[in-house]
Design a protein around this ligand. Structure first.
Ligand code: NAP
Length: 456
């Protein structure tokens, strides 16, 4: 039984039976048949589907945004932004996929030699709840453009969003079976990966689940992309614009109620400006409007599940017990929803829990350092390597330091974000492979050499 639950109230919204083996089997067979026909179409005949998906997303934006907010609790205004970003990404690939998939002639001893980008087959996408439309669409759009079919196993707490995605593709006129949601729970994933009809896997979620998926896909020898957890550093050097950095830090940590893989989690600040930065961030965090995510003006909704809130609270308590200073927040809020007070921890050291573990919720950890070099060392002293932000007025130094940070992206004087034009992904325990941009599209292609000798 898969349950849709409103985390703002604790109310059960709907219950669904998981798909039985017969339904899963039928959908996989349909995906294979649809993909065989789809890959034969020229890419310019595939991209109109993405334009149609963008139109459907925009037409029904309010309905989908409401569903996101109901099932996982983000403020409605952010859910609206999520749907528009999905539509933009479909438009982006509709426009650019033909160029990204162009043959690339290479000079050689052949009369003609070239690299071509062919489809791989049926992609299994295993996705998390934190951006229920965006995480799925950012994988589906390039995969379909490249000639693949996609089956989606979405997180069990967003089944209505998962089914809505099915309806989006149907309304957009996708060939039957080309995209399908499989309403199954996580123990079914290994069997799906082993199924001969699945060609490749993309996973976004926690590092432990990623490890399980990587081992199953490795055993089955299937191509995989893993977008896992993070503990992104947000470095503030002494020459930074502190009010601007504090405003950006607020957004970087607390948007999506802190439940973003690329949320800044460790604020690494040079001593000379640490008091000013900590005061400002604490003041701003203390003023955030927490409440009904459907209400206009709400900035922080509930966390998506009670267990996630409990885990965050345990991390905050452990960090305080280890000697950190609690500047603001630090407790669950009363009531039936999964609300947690926006929290700022100061005087955190690299060995404390909030610095070592990923904190997936509204809690910022400030670590004070003596120099830019120490800031980079502390930034890299983590098992993760997803994004990083660096605040300084010396752009030449920023460019140099950005090469020393172990991360899939470094944003200078900006908040780390995903953008369809640029590759997105991590290093170390944050995963491997890339999504978005040209690199994300080519992840799910067979990069094939075609060599032609002389004609006889
Ligand atoms: P999670 O437990 O890893 O769940 C993510 C997805 O994986 C869900 O569909 C889940 O299904 C499935 N799953 C869980 N355990 C599995 C297993 N052993 N085998 C196969 N599938 C499994 O993640 P979460 O805790 O809900 O989400 C938060 C985490 O995701 C954070 O660590 C965050 O950093 C990460 N995340 C990363 C990115 C990124 O782009 N790098 C983006 C968003 C989130 P069920 O729901 O049915 O268990």
């Amino acid at each position: 039984m898969i349950r849709s639950l409103n985390p703002a109230s604790g109310e059960t919204l709907a219950r669904f039976d998981a798909h039985d083996a017969f339904t899963v089997d039928r959908r996989l067979t349909a995906a294979v048949a649809a993909q065989r026909a789809w890959r034969r179409r020229p890419v310019t005949e595939r991209t109109p589907l993405l334009q149609a998906v963008a139109r459907v997303l925009r037409k029904n934006a309010e309905r989908y945004a409401t569903l996101i907010t109901l099932e996982m609790g983000k403020p409605l205004v952010e859910a609206r932004g999520e749907i528009e970003k999905c539509a933009m990404t479909c438009d982006f690939y509709a426009e650019h996929a033909p160029a990204f998939l162009n043959d690339e002639p290479v000079a050689s001893a052949a009369s003609d030699s070239r690299v071509v980008y062919d489809a791989l087959g049926v992609l299994l996408a295993v996705m998390p709840w934190n951006y229920p439309f965006w995480q799925a669409i950012r994988a589906i759009a390039p995969a379909l453009a490249a000639g693949n079919a996609v089956v989606l196993k979405h997180a069990s707490n967003v089944p209505q969003c998962a089914l809505a995605l099915d309806a989006v593709f149907e309304e957009a006129g996708a060939p039957a079976g080309l995209f399908a949601t499989l309403l199954v729970e996580s123990p079914a994933v290994r069997g799906l990966i082993e199924d001969g009809r699945i060609a490749c896997v993309t996973f976004t979620g926690s590092t432990p689940a990623g490890r399980a998926i990587a081992s199953a896909a490795g055993h089955a020898m299937k191509k995989q992309v893993l977008e896992l957890g993070g503990s992104d550093p947000f470095i503030v050097l002494a020459d930074a614009d502190i009010p601007a950095a504090a405003q950006a830090a607020l957004k970087a940590r607390f948007q999506n109620t802190g439940q973003s893989c690329i949320a800044a989690k460790r604020f690494i600040v040079e001593h000379g400006v640490a008091d000013a930065f900590a005061d400002l961030l604490s003041e701003l965090a203390g003023k955030l409007v927490v409440g009904d995510p459907m209400a206009a003006g709400t900035q922080i909704g509930p966390m998506a599940r009670a267990n996630l809130r409990d885990e965050l609270h345990a991390q905050v308590q452990a960090t305080v017990a280890q000697g950190a200073t609690l500047r603001v927040g630090g407790k669950p809020l009363d009531g039936s929803g999964c609300f947690y007070a926006p929290t700022v921890l100061d005087h955190v050291t690299p060995h404390m829990t909030a610095a070592r573990e990923e904190t997936f919720g509204p809690a910022a950890a400030i670590i004070r350092v003596g120099s830019a070099e120490e800031a980079v060392d502390v930034a890299n002293a983590t098992e993760f390597g997803l994004g990083a932000a660096l605040w300084t007025s010396d752009l030449a130094r920023a460019r140099r330091l950005s090469r020393e940070i172990d991360a899939g992206a470094v944003f200078v004087n900006a908040v780390v974000a995903s953008d369809p034009r640029l590759p997105f992904g991590g290093v170390k325990q944050s995963g491997y492979g890339r999504e978005l941009g040209v690199h994300g599209l080519r992840e799910f292609t067979n990069i094939k050499t075609v060599w032609t000798g002389k004609s006889y």
